[in-house]
Ligand binder design. Structure first.
Ligand SMILES: [Ca+2]
Length: 219
């Protein structure tokens, strides 16, 4: 029953992607110039994503769920951070998108990680979503710190996006700036990670929040 509900939730998203030619079934990573897409369709289910098709764990673990296109964090009350360090080439200015869905109300988060590098335990800007909550923060030398938290009224599924150009970072929820984040604009200035050519995914806690259709590119 739960799987059927999620198939229904994601069909409109998959159709939307297909219309723009971005979805290739049974193909994990598609490169279009400095643009990358992953639909997570061909990984080993129920296992850690680490080591599959170039994904590498920097902090803790993220695993494939029982569906063939969803995954979630696998570490309770802690952050998990992954990237693909060897196969991707992007500039310091980047954007990333991720489709999300919730099985039910959850305190777990899932999201996008940009401007990553693996210096001193890992660095990244991260934007995550949970039930009626968003979080924008940074990981500096492996340690998490919050920049802003939000209390949007979330849908059961949708898309989050983050962009970084120079020191300006923008957080978008379902196509519009996430003005529920502290500060009220969804736009932030931060200079603590001036360079990082890695892009990835991030999760917090191990509850039932899922991601799909990871899509990143240069700006
Ligand atoms: Ca998928």
């Amino acid at each position: 029953m739960k799987k059927a509900v999620f198939i229904l939730l994601f069909i409109p998203l998959i159709v939307a992607k297909s219309q723009f030619g971005l979805l290739i079934e049974n193909f994990n990573v598609e490169e279009i110039g400095n643009s990358y897409f992953d639909n997570f369709n061909s990984y080993t289910l129920g296992t850690d994503l680490n080591g599959q098709d170039g994904w590498v764990a920097i902090i803790n673990s993220i695993r494939m769920s029982s569906s063939d296109y969803l995954w979630k964090g696998n570490t309770a009350s802690d952050i998990s951070l992954y990237w693909k360090p060897d196969s991707l080439t992007v500039t310091d200015d980047q954007q990333g998108e991720l489709d999300y869905a919730f099985a039910a109300s959850t305190g777990a988060y899932i999201g996008i990680a940009l401007r990553m590098n693996n210096t001193s335990g890992g660095n990244a800007y991260i934007y995550l979503i949970s039930t009626n909550a968003t979080y924008f923060g940074k990981i500096i030398n492996g340690s998490l710190s919050s920049i802003a938290t939000g209390t949007p009224t979330t849908s059961s599924s949708g898309t989050i996006k983050m962009t970084i150009e120079g020191n300006e970072i923008r957080c978008y929820l379902d196509g519009t700036l996430d003005t529920s984040l502290s500060g009220g604009t969804g736009i932030f200035s931060d200079s603590s990670i001036p360079s990082g050519k890695g892009v990835g995914i991030v999760a917090y806690d191990s509850g039932n929040v899922y991601g799909d259709n990871w899509d990143v590119q240069d700006l």
